[in-house]
Design a protein around this ligand. Structure first.
Ligand code: PGA
Length: 250
């Protein structure tokens, strides 16, 4: 059976408006692809992205924000709320990326508050979780993932599994070129899947995607792991040809 995945380009703090336009002159959607293909540019480019992809791909592509505020609205200079994102047609918001946890000190409470805001505005969520190298070496992998995932416990009742994605991103594999092995990914995805099945008390659980140095060479092998429902791609998504290739996994 053909697996329909979700593949998200996380551009992080890269590409300005003219680079975005150049990108979409080159990017091709694989002809037979059934995947949900998504792009997460910087905030000011979200609307332009929406127009460009609507014109070229008749809205087949989904629009993703890289972050949202943990507050509803008000005097929070520099913050962007979920409501504003929803109002311009954003489909998904990435919450809890390790770069936000690390550089902006976002803890599980903050992440939970962000998820609450996203849920209240009907934004789909991509929740990122993952261990550092030190945590893995100290045998803390399962404890860390369990802790990070517990941020959804108080809001479980509000989550529709179809509109929620968990991205497993081992911190040591992000931007380092060190991709997790297929066995490591399978093991962790199975573990997360068990945790989610317990939480949701059902086999209907959110999709679990992998992120961390996904590229044109390793994407197909990783996608063949049954519990890998797609990818969150950083570096390799910045090049349109490479990202097109990654989107052609089957
Ligand atoms: P990478 O980033 O593909 O450059 O490792 C992935 C991510 O941080 O989402």
């Amino acid at each position: 059976m053909k697996k329909e995945g979700i593949i998200i380009a996380n551009w992080k703090m890269n590409h300005n408006l003219s680079e975005l336009n150049e990108y979409f002159k080159k990017f091709q959607l694989p002809v037979s692809s059934e995947h949900e293909i998504c792009f997460a540019p910087q905030f000011p480019l979200l609307t332009s992205l929406k127009h460009v992809v609507a014109e070229k791909f008749s809205s087949k592509i989904k629009i993703v924000a890289q972050n949202c505020s943990s507050e509803k609205s008000g005097a929070y200079t520099g913050e962007v709320n979920a409501d504003a994102l929803k109002s311009i047609g954003v489909d998904y918001v990435i919450i809890g990326h390790s770069e936000r946890r690390q550089y902006y000190f976002e803890d599980d409470q903050k992440i939970q508050n962000k998820m609450k805001q996203a849920l209240s505005c009907n934004l789909n969520i991509v929740l990122c979780i993952g261990e550092s190298l030190k945590q893995r070496e100290n045998n803390e992998l399962k404890a860390v993932l369990t802790q990070q995932l517990s941020s959804i416990d108080p809001i479980l009742g509000e989550i529709n599994f179809k509109h929620f994605v968990v991205a497993y991103e081992p911190v040591w594999a992000i931007g380092t070129g060190k991709v997790a092995t297929v066995e490591q990914v399978r093991e962790v995805h199975d573990f997360i899947s068990t945790l989610l099945t317990e939480k949701f008390k059902s086999n209907s659980i959110p999709r679990i995607i992998y992120g961390g140095s996904v590229n044109t060479t390793n994407a197909q092998e990783l996608f063949s792991v049954s519990s890998v429902a797609g990818f969150l791609v950083g570096g390799a998504s910045l090049k349109p040809d490479d990202f097109s290739k990654i989107c052609s996994v089957h």
